[in-house]
Write a protein that binds this ligand. Sequence first.
Ligand code: DTR
Length: 342
Amino acid sequence: MKHKPWLVFAALFLALAFCLGASTPPAQAADVIELNYANFPPPGTFPDVQMNRWVKEVEKRTNGKVKIKTFPGGSLLNAKNMVDGVIAGQADIGCTSTAYQPGRFVVLNATALPVGIPSGLVGSKVLMDLFEKYKPKSFAKLKMLTLFTTSPANIMSKDALPTLESLKGKSLRASGGAAQILKAWGANQVGMPMPATPEALQKGVVQGLFSSVEVMKDFKFAEYCRFVTMTDTGIYPFAVFMNLDKWNQLPKDVQEVMDGLFREQGEWTGKYVDDHAQEALDWSVKTYQVKIFALSPEEKAKFDAPLKPIVDEWVKKVSAGGVDGKAIVADIAAMIKKNSAK
Ligand code: DTR
């Protein structure tokens, strides 16, 4: 039979294609799912540390099927436009403190009321319980990936503020629920997202801030604030969420990995921020001789007295808007009890 050149060519082509096929990386290389994750605070702060831990765990548990690029420090979206940016698909995943939009996240921000959350770990468990019970409509267009809180807030200041009286008229920075607490204490509350605080301190716009104290180290606030008043009042809630269309496009096994991290990541972060807050205080005392004021029972009672009306006011206000504030506050109290006992 006379050889047909085209047959030889076809055989050579198939042999070449087979060899090339055998030498290209495994099929999954083409299947790698690439996601981007926007965050607002600088690298090294606890919301950034938890982001990197979550990314590492997802990439490991999906055997490299998912690759996540992170954008810390507001490089893709900032605290205020984070939620709308992820809804619009400008980022696949986002992290922000819901305290920065008090009127929008009524249910989750109830945890920022002075309701006695004792730690970041308990606060994170309570926040996740609250989310799962109420499934707030404000997150209907998003997939919630995890939730966590800061440790209770304390006053970090340039001057010594050991008593309630010493706070009167002092310009201190706080956001969300913490802002209401500062006002009730007679301070001049100045609102701004955390990343704007270093400049406000340096320029003297504020004489201090009211937040969880890991920032003494993570933002080097100990350099300016040589005093801490341990009020341990009020936490800040955080949420990490994904664009819903992007979530629905994920394979089931990847969704299961992320759902499996919901509680684990929230609790890991709550414990991390509690431990880091103590470490930051120790570092501040050692490095800058920061003075820490513990409150005597009498002084603590003076700080606590103006706080109950904040909760009553909040219940009245949200109930007028159709939200059962009384039930939410009662649920939070029960959730604190349940999660503190563990
Ligand atoms: N205290 C809240 C939230 C907060 C606490 N630590 C950090 C670190 C980085 C960003 C935000 C926060 C606040 O004042 O914004």
